[in-house]
Design a protein around this ligand. Structure first.
Ligand code: FES
Length: 155
């Protein structure tokens, strides 16, 4: 996703030039772009009169902020023990293959999906489990994983 000047101006226009608005402004940037683009960080810090180093320190500290581009849909696949023994690894591998993710975690080139591993989503009896955005999907297998991706691709 490219960083549009209008979108940034829109966000900056909501905040008076004061350092107390740093986190709120960064939350708006995160919500708009799904991560904190460097040019947006520079614009926010310039506008609020905050040193760039402080902006990056805040963005690094809080897990809610991503420094890497994220996909529109967040796919978190559970590889905790209960899901693992029920085939969670096969489900995870299916997601990786379908999304063309190299390595354990990553984002698709079209920025549609980000894939990551988690250790327990708190619903072990439904394993294997994945969470896509806010929704939990249980009793997954490779076929259902492919179906899920097709469903979210259309959204
Ligand atoms: S181990 Fe997967 S939800 Fe608990």
């Amino acid at each position: 996703m490219s960083v549009s000047f209008e979108a940034l101006e829109n966000i900056l226009g909501r905040y008076p030039a004061s350092s107390e608005h740093l986190i709120s402004a960064l939350q708006d940037v995160q919500a708009r772009f799904n991560y904190i683009p460097p040019e947006a960080m520079t614009a926010v810090c310039d506008h609020l009169g905050v040193p760039l180093s402080r902006g990056w320190a805040v963005a690094t500290f809080y897990k809610a902020f991503s420094l890497e581009p994220k996909g529109e849909h967040d796919v978190a696949v559970c590889l905790g023990t209960a899901c693992h023994v029920r085939g969670g690894r096969n489900v995870y591998d299916k997601f990786r293959r379908e999304l063309g993710i190299i390595g354990d975690e990553g984002t698709t080139r079209d920025l549609k999906f980000s894939l990551r591993q988690v250790r327990c989503l708190g619903c072990c009896s439904m394993g294997p489990v994945a969470q896509v955005d806010e929704e939990i999907h249980g009793n997954l297998n490779q076929r259902k994983a492919g179906h899920l991706l097709r469903m979210y691709r259309k959204r």
